[in-house]
Ligand binder design. Structure first.
Ligand code: GDP
Ligand code: ADP
Ligand code: 5GP
Length: 208
């Protein structure tokens, strides 16, 4: 068996800090090799968002065509827009031993767990409702109407926290990043993965 990466499902109510935490995790070379999966979405790009970097921005018709072509590993309708994870890149990366982070909602998480029961789920909570609203406002990239809608949806998203393996409360950013890294590092030390990575060493050590 070749070395296999871990698939992470990272969910949180919008504004809890998923994107920031994933970015900080990937920036630390101790957590390499790892990457975030770039989803397809039908929502409009926010100011500064780049097609192919933050999302693949597509029309509703294009998205529906991709569904028919079975191009998605999972897809869901979130906040009246379609979001989906494409199949190819994930499978290739995992086979190469790269850890892959999926920043997806709870509906997509359920679909991924059905197909890949080994995927590890991490749920990120904000320290309070007030702070969540403050962060959505601070990000300053969504209209007041969209922020109100996301706050309304937050409770429903958060009610799924107990479907995940790990829980991080993103109060102090550095502490939360540390907790996230600790999960990734611990999972890399699982016996089966280490045995594959260090097979030569183990063979040499056990040679009679
Ligand atoms: P995006 O990741 O480019 O979509 O932008 P974000 O709004 O998620 O984050 C902007 C930058 O701020 C990123 O480089 C984050 O790592 C960083 N950042 C976000 N929140 C905090 C925080 O609470 N403390 C610190 N030190 N950096 C933060
Ligand atoms: P999400 O991807 O979950 O929607 P973001 O990563 O975009 O959330 O974070 C929303 C906003 O909150 C951003 O402006 C980000 O800089 C800020 N933020 C994230 N984590 C923290 C934190 N621990 N303390 C303060 N602000 C934070
Ligand atoms: P945003 O518009 O703030 O980037 O994302 C809104 C919500 O859609 C978040 O809860 C995010 O996790 C979810 N989301 C983003 N990409 C995907 C995806 O590919 N699949 C699913 N199921 N949800 C996604």
């Amino acid at each position: 068996m070749s070395q296999v990466g871990t698939l992470y499902i990272v969910s949180a109510p919008s504004g809890a800090g998923k994107s920031s935490l994933i970015k900080a995790l990937l920036a630390d070379k101790r957590n390499q090799p790892s990457q975030v999966s770039i989803s397809h979405t039908t929502r409009d790009p926010r100011p500064g968002e780049v097609n192919g970097e933050h999302y693949h921005f597509v029309s509703v018709d294009e998205f529906k065509k991709l569904i028919e072509e079975n191009a998605f590993f999972e897809w869901a309708e979130v906040f009246d827009n379609y979001y989906g994870t494409s199949r190819v890149t994930i499978e290739e990366s995992l086979a190469q031993g790269i850890d892959v982070m999926l920043d997806i909602d709870w509906q997509g998480a359920r679909q991924v767990r059905d197909v890949m029961p080994n995927a590890k789920g991490i749920f990120i909570l904000p320290p309070s409702r007030e702070e969540l609203e403050a962060r959505l406002n601070k990000r300053g990239q969504d209209s007041a109407e969209i922020i109100a809608k996301r706050m309304q949806e937050a409770q429903s998203e958060m009610s799924h926290y107990d479907e995940y393996d790990y829980l991080i409360v993103n109060d102090d950013f550095d502490t939360a990043t540390q907790e996230f890294s600790a999960i990734v590092q611990a999972l890399r030390s699982e016996q089966e993965k280490q045995a594959i990575k260090h097979s030569k060493t183990i063979k040499a050590l056990l040679k009679v």
